[in-house]
Design a protein around this ligand. Structure first.
Ligand SMILES: [Zn+2]
Length: 198
């Protein structure tokens, strides 16, 4: 936007996130000072900060303290990890479940770290494809396993609320690395474990 064309009042409120939210309310034809909305700018700013807190987490530090050398070389699967994210196109929620599997090569990661990894990447502005790939690549890099598989199933409110997709429809994405990509049996074992209801 051309700075010289920006109205003075907009420049004045541009300073803080709550002020920007207040400005959005004005643009929508609302009165940001009416009782119900008076605290909305502060609340919305706080919730946006929380929902994008994943930008400030160091993945190496998150995982490095929780790597264990073990002679276990069978597939590890953590499924049905719930996540909530915001799409980077509309900043509306998309949410669902992530299923993660990997085939260790002498090293495993503490089980609680996998849901944490999902949380960190989903608490950024995302698209589902990128979220899927980032989780798989981060795990692959940190644990250096034989392979990694990630499947994400999600509903997108930007599609459902705007009437572009039938409510309740899920989008499924996957990212397969290493043996999960190369070996159809490994991939099939993972996908079977994911499909089994618990
Ligand atoms: Zn969207």
């Amino acid at each position: 936007m051309d700075k010289t064309a920006t109205p003075i009042s907009f420049q004045r409120v541009e300073r803080s996130l709550p002020d920007l939210v207040k400005n959005i309310l004005i643009h929508l034809g609302e009165d940001p000072y009416r009782e119900g909305l008076a605290k909305t700018p502060i609340r919305m700013a706080k919730s946006l900060r929380e929902l994008t807190a994943g930008y400030h987490v160091d993945i190496d530090r998150l995982i490095n303290g929780a790597l264990f050398e073990v002679p276990y070389n069978e597939m590890v699967v953590v499924k049905d990890i719930a996540f909530y994210s915001l799409c980077e196109h509309h900043m509306l929620p998309f949410f669902g479940h992530v299923h993660v599997g990997y085939l260790p090569k002498g090293k495993v990661v503490g089980l609680s770290k996998i849901p944490r990894l999902v949380e960190v990447f989903s608490h950024r502005l995302q698209i589902q494809e990128k979220l899927t790939k980032e989780i798989a690549e981060a795990l692959n890099e940190a644990v250096a396993p034989r392979g990694v598989g990630v499947v994400v199933e999600a509903r997108h409110l930007c599609l459902e609320m705007r009437g572009i997709e039938t409510p309740g429809g899920r989008m499924i994405t996957s990212c397969m690395l290493g043996t999960f990509r190369r070996d159809p049996r490994t991939r099939a074992e993972f996908l079977n474990l994911v499909r089994q209801s618990t």
